[in-house]
Design a protein around this ligand. Structure first.
Ligand code: BDR
Ligand code: CA
Length: 330
């Protein structure tokens, strides 16, 4: 019998965040024991509302703790409503009223509390800007030993960036927090654009899921993916009416690492100038005299290649399974 992965999901939902959340809730080997929210695709208040909404809509009451509203030092920007919609879920025409409120501790406090209560057992899957992990490290410097491992959707090594030629959005949103995370010394895996740009998710497949399930949660996801795919089709017409599943790949790594080729190396984050948000990886394992690249800096496991068709099958098969419960409506 496999033991389930006990996961805290750190997220800024967000359409691909919603896809990732539903994949995690649907997968038999994953137990989402808490959700922590951050600014990013939407404000942190909207991210919290969406996390509560999406979980209750799927019929499960998972604790949600609200986190970082702004980056650690960078000047805050505005959420990309042209990608995820003003509400983060593709501008839903209406919302059902669901049960549930956020926890009375911050995201960082929640992460630390849970890690201390279950030492060595929890996987932290983070798919937004990394301020909550940065703040949690400040509260509990021993966090890397208390968590089992950390998996990120963040960064890029050889694939061009999506907010500048070199930067991926989650790292670029809070480069200072990201650098803390890449140098903290946990068992760390990065699923970045090098692999997420290989897996194309057609909007029609989500419409198919909604038709099969006949459930408000899947109707909601399909609506959101449709909006998100309009954005991708406009900037990358060769994709057709499709999108990248970005965040869901972090969970795919967790349950099916054999679908990825990885490389170990030290990563540092560029914090200033036109290159801010760049994840610079030492791919050669060399001695470098430049300060910041000392040999004792921790290494990250970076996903460099993915079996895209198998990954797509796993995502769709999991979402199609019989996992949805009646929505927890008021
Ligand atoms: C990442 O940025 C966000 O827009 C997505 O949700 C994903 O986490 C992709 O660069
Ligand atoms: Ca995200």
């Amino acid at each position: 019998m496999t033991t389930k992965h006990k996961v805290i999901f750190d997220t800024d939902p967000g359409v691909d965040d919603a896809m990732a959340l539903y994949f995690a809730m649907a997968h038999p080997d994953i137990d989402v024991i808490g959700i922590t929210t951050t600014f990013g695709n939407v404000t942190v208040q909207q991210a919290t509302e969406n996390a509560i909404y999406l979980t209750r809509l799927a019929g499960v009451s998972i604790p949600v703790a609200q986190g970082a509203a702004v980056p650690l030092s960078k000047k805050p920007g505005s959420p990309p409503d042209f990608i995820h919609g003003k509400d983060g879920l593709g501008n839903l025409p209406s919302r059902a009223e669901v049960e549930g409120v956020a926890e009375d501790v911050s995201a960082a406090e929640f992460i630390v509390k849970m890690a201390r209560a279950h030492p060595g057992e929890i996987t932290l899957v983070a798919v937004g800007p990394l301020g909550n992990l940065g703040l949690a490290l400040k509260i509990e410097p021993n966090l890397p030993k208390l968590l089992k491992n950390v998996v990120l959707m963040a960064g890029t090594v050889t694939e061009p960036g999506n907010v500048s030629p070199v930067a991926e959005a989650n790292v670029w949103n809070d480069p200072d927090a990201a650098d803390l995370v890449f140098t903290a010394g946990w068992d760390l895996t990065m699923c970045g654009l090098d692999v997420t740009h290989r897996v194309i998710m057609p909007a029609s497949a989500f419409l198919g899921l909604a038709t099969e399930h006949k459930h408000v949660a899947m109707d909601t996801l399909s609506h959101a993916v449709d909006f998100y795919s309009n954005f991708y089709q406009a900037i990358r017409p060769e994709l057709g009416h499709s999108c990248y599943g970005h965040d869901v790949l972090a969970f795919v790594w967790l349950v099916a690492p054999e679908l990825f080729k990885t490389k170990m190396g030290r990563i540092r984050v560029q914090k200033q100038g036109e290159g801010n948000g760049q994840t610079m990886m030492d791919r050669l394992g060399l001695f470098y005299p430049e300060p910041g690249w000392e040999a004792d800096k921790p290494e990250t496991r970076v996903c460099m290649e993915v079996n895209a068709p198998a990954c797509y099958e796993l995502i769709m098969g999991t979402l199609l399974s019989d996992w949805l419960k009646p929505a927890l409506l008021k």
